[in-house]
Design a protein around this ligand. Structure first.
Ligand code: BTN
Length: 236
């Protein structure tokens, strides 16, 4: 656990080696925290869990959708344990509680290693988020009414990351997939899928799994979309 780093993901990548599987890096503060799509990630010292874990998944698990899903499921379970609130997964990499973002995930590949980074908001108040221009963010304190220190949150999150990852390694992919589907929470709904090529597909989300999102695009006509081509998934 570090007081300050530029980015826990950067340090994790630097320290990653052939036998670093499971190495966890935590910092109270980051001077150059990063998010998806080149965005920055900023938080006041000790207000969030800033965590990166080095993974060396076997080839069949080396897919962004699977790695994001297992991490989202694990963090959502930790959020529930810490606050009593159920978190939804917002495609591709966010966890939301009551319509506001509580956690962001960032998965990066460095040679054979995957670095799973996450920022989980813990002690911020609504006023604080409003002051820094993040009215759509929330924290464990806001949703659960308790102030949780990063160390306690780290224990809760790491225990569940370990459990969900071991389920994947043990071939229990279906169990993780089912939990992920439930956390996305859009089955049966009219949705809009935004694709990497800039196009969109609308329809009813009939089924979803790591191998495809099945959309009923017209009465009785289905289209299967590869998850890795999806940039956003939202209700219509
Ligand atoms: C996002 O919402 O875009 C993802 C945010 C990920 C932030 C975490 S904080 C710990 C780790 N280190 C980083 O530099 N980023 C991730």
């Amino acid at each position: 656990m570090f007081d300050e780093l530029d980015s826990t993901n950067t340090t994790a990548a630097q320290l990653a080696s052939a036998n670093a599987d499971g190495l966890a890096i935590i910092a109270d503060f980051q001077t150059a925290g990063r998010g998806q799509y080149g965005r920055t990630w900023q938080s006041r010292p000790a207000s969030s869990l800033l965590l990166s874990v080095v993974l060396r998944p076997p080839a069949e698990l080396c897919r962004p959708v699977i790695l994001t899903a297992f991490a989202a499921v694990a963090v959502a379970e930790a959020v529930f344990a810490l606050s009593g609130a159920q978190a939804r997964m917002k495609w591709p990499n966010d966890l939301f509680v009551r319509g506001k973002k509580v956690c962001g995930l960032l998965i990066e590949s460095h040679a054979a290693n995957v670095i799973l980074g996450l920022g989980l908001n813990l002690t911020q108040t609504a006023d604080e988020f409003a002051t820094v221009g993040l009215p759509d963010a929330t924290s464990i304190r806001i949703v659960g009414g308790r102030v949780i220190e990063p160390r306690e949150a780290a224990e809760a999150v790491l225990r569940r990351l370990d459990r969900e990852y071991n389920r994947l390694l043990a071939g229990e992919r279906v169990a993780v997939e089912a939990e992920w589907k439930w956390r996305v929470g859009l089955l049966g709904r009219q949705v809009v899928v935004e694709l990497r090529d800039g196009s969109t597909v609308s329809g009813r989300l009939h089924e979803m799994g790591f191998d495809g999102l099945e959309l009923e695009v017209a009465d009785g006509f289905f289209r299967v979309i590869v998850p890795e081509t999806v940039t956003h998934l939202r209700t219509a």
